[in-house]
Design a protein around this ligand. Structure first.
Ligand SMILES: *[C@@H]1O[C@H](CO)[C@@H](O)[C@H](O)[C@H]1NC(C)=O
Ligand SMILES: *[C@@H]1O[C@H](CO)[C@@H](O)[C@H](O)[C@H]1NC(C)=O
Ligand SMILES: *[C@@H]1O[C@H](CO)[C@@H](O)[C@H](O)[C@H]1NC(C)=O
Ligand SMILES: *[C@@H]1O[C@H](CO)[C@@H](O)[C@H](O)[C@H]1NC(C)=O
Ligand SMILES: *[C@@H]1O[C@H](CO)[C@@H](O)[C@H](O)[C@H]1NC(C)=O
Ligand SMILES: *[C@@H]1O[C@H](CO)[C@@H](O)[C@H](O)[C@H]1NC(C)=O
Ligand SMILES: *[C@@H]1O[C@H](CO)[C@@H](O)[C@H](O)[C@H]1NC(C)=O
Length: 350
């Protein structure tokens, strides 16, 4: 298929590659010139190219009015003295994102099932979205529940279910004779995913864990071959490819809108940071592999929510010492995951 694109347009293109032969030309910053763009229905701009702007009308909610917020996310409650980090809004260069409107969201997604699948960063984002929705409709009855690794936030009046399923590696881990085997080529359990109307996947950080107490498997099985361990980036790539194959043959784009969340970056130093960094720094590991895998998918429309670079600016957004332990990986709420949800909302509403 004759498809050409500039790297920064992959997120846009990936969705349409299978449908149209598109040639997108981007100028230096943002404007999209493309005679076929009307096929897309909108003049799409690259919402991931932009900057953080201070906006006094933010945050979208106050953690003290989000009754179910987990204490570990609530940096204000945990004594964080500065507040500016709450007020940065992601502003694309080429267009304006419409402000998150929970009412609009509920009306549009009435009767739908939305599931985040991945690690605690996915839970961070799921929690943020639940708070954002609740803040727009505080009078609407909700149910908050947790069974095993599945968290449920539902609004019976709208018959909406917002779910998070803790599944940090996405592929299977199976305990055989007391030993945990990572089945790098297998996703077998997840019929429930197929029932969803929206799926948002994320994975990365658990691939990078080594050591007795951190690593979640004892051995790796790929086909009939068993390995003690393997290069982590290689494993991650294999897992993404397993996911891509599974998704291509098991999900139906007409029924399910599928998103893959770009890698959420951690920072070496975050303590004491009170404003965004001047530069995002170098390419974050894992991100390129994810982009490449999403590109190879032939059947399913998957949108990559390209949050890596924009989050790399936000060393100030981490929990730092205002959580159970020093944490430069997860994010305060309100905070950076709200912006991810704003971007997700942009895709879901348009
Ligand atoms: C993600 O966004 C960054 C910053 O705009 C850009 O450099 C990168 O190419 C984008 N990746 C994709 C897949 O669009
Ligand atoms: C959140 O609300 C509480 C109670 O009204 C208030 O004291 C606090 O300053 C608010 N937090 C922020 C960050 O605005
Ligand atoms: C975005 O909003 C600003 C301020 O409201 C406005 O001046 C600008 O023209 C808008 N830009 C676009 C591309 O709509
Ligand atoms: C939010 O969306 C609802 C439903 O479309 C609309 O009635 C309301 O005016 C919107 N609120 C804002 C602040 O735009
Ligand atoms: C984990 O990621 C960091 C960079 O974020 C890297 O320095 C380190 O080598 C990685 N560890 C493994 C096991 O890949
Ligand atoms: C694995 O072994 C089984 C049984 O020996 C064989 O049938 C199968 O083809 C092998 N699979 C691969 C991928 O080599
Ligand atoms: C995909 O889902 C749509 C809408 O639910 C349905 O009409 C269609 O038959 C499905 N396609 C396949 C291949 O299952």
């Amino acid at each position: 298929m004759a498809v050409c694109y500039s790297v920064s347009a992959i997120a846009i293109v990936s969705t349409f590659v299978t449908i149209f032969s598109l040639c997108l030309f981007l100028n230096s910053k943002t404007k999209l010139f493309n005679k076929d763009v009307s096929l897309l229905g909108t003049n799409e701009c690259d919402i991931y190219q932009g900057s953080w702007v201070f906006d006094d009308s933010y945050p979208l909610y106050n953690s003290s009015t989000c009754p179910f917020i987990e204490e570990s996310w609530d940096c204000q409650k945990n004594g964080r003295p500065d507040k500016d980090y709450l007020k940065y809004r992601w502003q694309p260069y080429g267009c304006n994102l419409s402000r998150f409107n929970g009412t609009e969201f509920l009306l549009k997604y009435r009767g739908k099932r939305i599931m985040f699948v991945g690690d605690s960063l996915g839970q961070n984002q799921w929690h943020s979205l639940a708070c954002m929705i609740h803040a727009s409709q505080p009078q609407v009855k909700y149910i908050m529940d947790k069974i095993g690794r599945q968290y449920t936030f539902s609004l019976p009046d709208y018959n909406i279910w917002l779910l998070f399923l803790g599944n940090p590696l996405i592929v299977d881990i199976i305990t055989e004779k007391g030993s945990r085997v990572l089945k790098i080529d297998s996703i077998r359990s997840e019929n429930v995913w197929k029932e969803m109307d929206v799926l948002v996947f994320n994975t990365w950080h658990w691939w990078n864990r080594t050591g007795i107490n951190k690593q979640t498997w004892n051995s790796v099985q790929d086909g009939n071959t068993t390995y003690k361990d393997m290069n982590r980036l290689e494993l991650y790539k294999k897992a993404l490819n397993t996911w891509a194959k599974w998704a291509d043959s098991n999900l139906n784009s007409t029924k399910t809108r599928v998103f893959f969340q770009g890698v959420s970056p951690d920072h070496e130093k975050c303590e004491g940071k009170t404003r965004p960094l001047q530069s995002p720094g170098s390419l974050f590991p894992g991100e390129m592999e994810l982009e490449n895998v999403v590109k190879t998918m032939s059947k399913l429309n998957v949108r990559l929510i390209n949050i890596t670079s924009l989050s790399q600016y936000r060393a100030d957004g981490h929990q730092s010492i205002y959580s159970y332990k020093m944490d430069c990986l997860h994010w305060c709420l309100p905070g950076v995951p709200d912006a991810w949800n704003q971007l997700l909302y942009h895709h879901l509403i348009s």
